[in-house]
Write a protein that binds this ligand. Sequence first.
Ligand SMILES: Cc1cc2nc3c(=O)[nH]c(=O)nc-3n(C[C@H](O)[C@H](O)[C@H](O)COP(=O)(O)OP(=O)(O)OC[C@H]3O[C@@H](n4cnc5c(N)ncnc54)[C@H](O)[C@@H]3O)c2cc1C
Length: 455
Amino acid sequence: MSANPIQLRRSSRFRLHRLSGPTIIKPVNSRVIRDVLNPDSRYLPPFRPMGANSSATDCTSSSAGTVIDLTCLNRIKNIDAYGDTVTVQPGVRIGDLARELAAQGLELGGSHDLMSRTVGGAVAGACIGPAFGDDGAFFASQVKSIRVITPNGKPIEIRRSQQNLLNAYRLSFGMLGVIDEITLKVRPIKPFAVTHRRCCFDQFAGVAEKLSNVDVGLKFYLLPFRDRVYLDLRRYSPAARSTRRIPWKIKDWGESTVLPKVFKSINRIVPLAGVRYRLIDEISQVTQGLVNNRLVSSGSNSTAQLSSTRKHDVANSLYYSTWFFPAADFAIVVQAYRDFCLRIHESSNYRCDMPTVGFRIGRDTSAMLSPSFDEPMVALRAISTQAQGWEDFAIDFGDFARHWGGVPIFNQTRDIPADYPQQVFGSRLTFFRKIRRQFDPENRMMNPFLSQYFL
Ligand SMILES: Cc1cc2nc3c(=O)[nH]c(=O)nc-3n(C[C@H](O)[C@H](O)[C@H](O)COP(=O)(O)OP(=O)(O)OC[C@H]3O[C@@H](n4cnc5c(N)ncnc54)[C@H](O)[C@@H]3O)c2cc1C
């Protein structure tokens, strides 16, 4: 066990003033978690579980309490190839799990990027990608059962028959206790075909409604300052081959390591904004053209998820905020988003240097706090390498999103006003709060960020 100060990210409307640092615990077995959460332990609340810490909000921070870093609980306990399940500890990285499953001809359902995140963080937080077919939109929908250490240090099992409780634990952001074992569905590797399209915003808006109603995995990249959209469309195809991993690795490396690093350097060395952003957009276009359009034409969740865990540092230095918009309105929203980016740049001089990434998110009722509980949504993630000006941009993006009926997600959406979640989650939020109070009547897992929405 160690005690180190961690740096708080300045997200949300709460500003935390650190008096003394939090204690950071790295449990190596479940008993440590039980001992830490035991009301008689010497560790101070609030207790905040933490996986890879790739979230964009303060959901993993505890200014003067205890952060429970679960990355050392990283054992794959059992792969059941006959029952199509895998049981893991919460700190297992998704990329490592995908690799072990692939060795047995298996893969995880859904389609999810950033494989350096942990299984626990992807279940308790939001984890989305270009999912399609029978896969739920959220990684958490793959959960069959879990074991949890409650806020008072008691272990409990939540089995597949306890669906309501499981639905509360999926996307619970660590408010109902620490998940210390997870059993997920797996399946034989299923190849899909990938096609790529390039168009302008108006053309994309013209097909947006059709795309949101067909069963394809859709990921897209928006370049508002070039009026360009790059689409990555995935469909199952028996003719597709899934074995070539190298192209996916190059694609992943290009998108999540090379581009952020190059853009950071350009921002440092090119002083003139006009020249700088021309160069940045040119590189984005070339990368999309080469890496995405040419490199990858087929794959499987297995090949797409085998990325390295080492890029985590680069990923963590990016600034991002994700909002979900009703798919039915997206044709209008995407055009309004382009106008919003241009307007903000003109008035504040700030713009995101990375392309905005989007996904089609199918209806998913497997979690009480699912943003697509009622209808299919489209997620938009604004991403930047630039800190200066980002906070104001995230606030403006929040205003824009709320105007268009945007739904937030508590670990990825910045600057959510305290009263807004009740408007969009309604009775589901009320019900979640009730369950939370039952599990944690003394609010031992609540930090100031979460208290805004859940007390
Ligand atoms: C560059 C970049 C790209 C990204 N791309 C995507 C993307 O494509 N799709 C996407 O959905 N997200 C994406 N994200 C966001 C983020 O990676 C996900 O939300 C991810 O699921 C968080 O996983 P984590 O292990 O980092 O969890 P953390 O950030 O550590 O935690 C997430 C939440 O879960 C809770 N938690 C963690 N472990 C446990 C546990 N064992 N028990 C109980 N509660 C727990 C935490 O308290 C927190 O509230 C991206 C982030 C970055 C930086």
